[in-house]
Design a protein around this ligand. Structure first.
Ligand code: SF4
Ligand code: SF4
Length: 241
């Protein structure tokens, strides 16, 4: 694959900011981010309440990165918000591109296979349990390949404020080392469950096609940065009708 040229990204960014689409995109990203923070805070507080009542404590700690070697997919609705964050933090954007060039040598092909398998499974209306059964061996293979997320630098996520839901939606109550792939122990993980009202608020912000199109996180972000956002443009037109 050819090396990424920054001037191409700058050209795409200029297009993404032009006219009514640009205004719609920026407003959408701001609102989505606000709703996301609210949904995360509310669900985190209710998880803490539940855990406290059971005498359990979250054991996740700063710079714990075992989660950051997993396959992570993101819907376009959220990918747009990450790209907007990078547009406003140019050094981070450059770091992502630099890391992505390394990531794609190891991570691209397997991620592409997982994305295709997921898309086919979803479009054939396969029951969710069957989809998990089909994709789990592939996700396990990805984990075994030990590929760090391109947003990870010095054991820290540099898009923490806008990280995808799978990254911010789970907390361990077992020793952090149990999350390591090679360990025999099974980590005890609790999922954050956003309440219905918060979920509805987020869903109402994004057109369905922005929620339904979902691919591997690094592939989504790289594509948006280097090719722009055709589906986002369509959604903005629909939202103006
Ligand atoms: S879920 Fe596990 S790997 Fe992720 S931050 Fe918590 S303890 Fe660390
Ligand atoms: S986006 Fe951040 S939290 Fe999620 S896998 Fe990448 S580095 Fe880890």
């Amino acid at each position: 694959m050819a090396k990424t040229r920054y001037w191409q990204i700058e050209k795409i960014e200029a297009k993404e900011n032009i006219g009514s689409y640009g205004a719609w995109r920026r407003e959408y990203c701001g609102k989505y981010r606000k709703s996301l923070i609210q949904a995360r805070n509310n669900s985190y507080n209710s998880l803490i309440k539940t855990l406290t009542s059971k005498g359990e404590m979250i054991t996740c700690r700063k710079e714990c990165t075992y989660c950051c070697f997993h396959y992570v997919a993101v819907p376009l609705a959220h990918g747009m918000v990450i790209v907007d964050y990078l547009y406003n933090n140019k050094e981070l954007l450059k770091t992502f591109i630099h890391n992505y060039e390394k990531w794609r040598h190891k991570g691209y092909n397997i991620s592409n296979i997982i994305d295709h398998t997921r898309t086919q499974a979803f479009s054939s209306s396969m029951p969710i349990n069957d989809i998990i059964a089909v994709t789990r061996p592939l996700s396990t293979r990805y984990l075994e390949m030990n590929i760090p997320c391109p947003f990870l630098v010095n054991n820290t996520c540099f898009i923490y404020a806008v990280r995808p839901l799978p990254c911010s939606g789970q907390y361990s109550v077992s020793p952090p080392d149990w999350c390591a792939h090679a360990t025999e122990e099974k980590a005890v993980i609790h999922q954050l469950v956003p309440d219905d009202e918060d979920l509805i608020k987020i869903m109402q912000l994004a057109a369905p096609q922005l929620m339904l199109y979902e691919v591997t996180l690094p592939i989504m972000i790289y594509k948006l940065l280097t090719e722009g956002n055709l589906l986002g443009r369509e959604a903005s037109v629909l939202s103006h009708k």
